[in-house]
Design a protein around this ligand. Structure first.
Ligand code: SF4
Length: 418
């Protein structure tokens, strides 16, 4: 089973008001260079050469802990780490997807992206038909840069549109307007991108059904190959959470968001998109191969601050603070702060609810051959009840999957298997 590689690029032009990701505001090129050197070191799985550190500028002038815009604390220590044993898999494993996520990886210049790609190619065997995705935000790229990304093998753009409503973009402090999204999309096409995915967010404060319809219509008219839907979540310690707490913004309306979801199912199906996961839709053959690895519980190895990895049995997580990550790697220590050997009970639970997220469902034969037991026996009464309620169906080919109604109540269904 080929693995996927994930590289986290934790820099953005500005901080969106709802954002809870591990990302810092792009302050200067030195900060980015220093971070990239750390990622290269992690990728190479080596101790940094003396020169790596001696040639660096004063850390406090570039990426000081105070400069981090990340909220402190995340339920685990982000500052002091004892060295962990290396968990990186052996060199040379086969990889068929590479994903640059963030943050805003499209802030990297072609030379920077190329260095990372080269290191990934040196560490792993990369399959001929690889999918290489870069997350991009409106107004962060130029035609020349995108053409060079294409020339070095980037063949998929995950494009953070979020909404075409300028009022909402302002409220979210996205740092771009809808026209930026429109023109960046044209530039992506001009540069030769034939596989573009839009991210859209539903359930925004003040967003009406008509706003959402307008979003969908515009997205469909632009005809990207893939669309991902996110429902707005309010995370503690974000400016938006504070605005909601103080009453300046309303809480997202869950019923309205569910209505938006149903509207999206209808409209995208009519426009020729196939839903292949609870929140993901694509034209034929344009599923995100990288993200499918997460839902299929296939190995994905992450590099960079806050990246998560899974090798089929163990999961490990890198430190969440950018400065702590850089310093730890520079000291020759492992940035891994958590390693977990997943007990079989948890693997079974994850296999079940991740597969149920996919419209193809969970192959009960695969479950039996993987775990040597029968899911329909382990959860007989619960599955019977879900079937009676019309949330789950069993097919003749021994597959269990959510019905359309079940997708609306997926959390209730998943909760039983966890
Ligand atoms: S662009 Fe994405 S990662 Fe960056 S601040 Fe906004 S939501 Fe967060």
């Amino acid at each position: 089973m080929p693995a996927g590689v994930y590289i986290h690029v934790p820099f953005c032009k500005s901080r969106c008001s709802y954002c809870d990701f591990a990302t810092d505001v792009y302050r200067n090129d030195e900060a980015v260079e220093r971070y990239l050197r750390a990622v290269l070191t992690e990728l190479e799985d080596r101790k940094p050469k003396t020169g790596d550190r001696l040639s660096l500028p004063d850390p406090n002038s570039v990426l000081s802990p105070q400069s981090s815009v990340l909220p402190a604390g995340r339920g685990r220590s982000d500052s002091v780490h004892s060295p962990q044993p290396s968990v990186l898999p052996a060199r040379g494993g086969l990889v068929d997807t590479i994903y640059f996520g963030g943050g805003t990886p499209s802030l990297l210049n072609p030379g920077q992206l190329e260095r990372i790609l080269k290191a990934v190619h040196e560490r792993f065997e990369i399959s001929e038909d690889r999918e290489i995705t870069v997350e991009m935000n409106p107004a962060t790229v130029t035609l020349g840069q995108l053409e060079q990304f294409r020339a070095m093998g980037v063949n998929r753009a995950s494009f953070g549109v979020q909404t075409f409503n300028d009022r909402s973009l302002k409220l979210l402090a996205r740092g771009h307007d809808a026209d930026d999204a429109r023109s960046t999309y044209k530039t992506l096409r001009k540069a030769g991108f034939e596989n573009i995915s839009f991210d859209l967010i539903a359930g925004l404060p003040h967003q009406t059904i008509d706003d959402w319809k307008a979003n969908l219509e515009e997205a469909v008219s632009m005809s990207p190959e893939h669309i991902s839907l996110y429902l707005l979540e309010i995370h503690e310690a974000t400016p938006l959470a504070e605005q909601v707490r103080s009453g300046r913004q309303p809480l997202p309306d869950e019923e309205l968001a569910a209505e938006m979801y149903e509207l999206m199912l209808e409209r995208l199906e009519k426009a020729g998109y196939r839903q292949y996961e609870i929140s993901n839709f694509c034209k034929e053959g344009f599923e995100s191969r990288h993200n499918l690895k997460y839902w299929d519980l296939d190995p994905v190895i992450g590099f960079g601050v806050s990246s998560h990895s899974f090798d089929g049995g163990r999961r490990w997580v890198n430190v969440r603070d950018t400065m702590a990550y850089v310093r730890t790697v520079e000291c020759g220590d492992s940035p891994v702060v958590e390693i977990e050997e997943l007990p079989e009970k948890q693997l079974k639970a994850e296999f079940t609810f991740l597969k149920l997220r996919l419209t193809k469902g969970l192959d009960l034969k695969e479950y039996r051959s993987r775990f040597g037991s029968d899911l329909t026996e382990e959860f007989g009464p619960e599955i019977a009840e879900f079937r009676e309620l019309g949330l789950v169906e069993l097919t003749e080919s021994d597959v269990m999957r959510l019905t359309q109604k079940g997708r609306l109540y997926s959390n209730e269904v998943f909760g039983v298997f966890v």
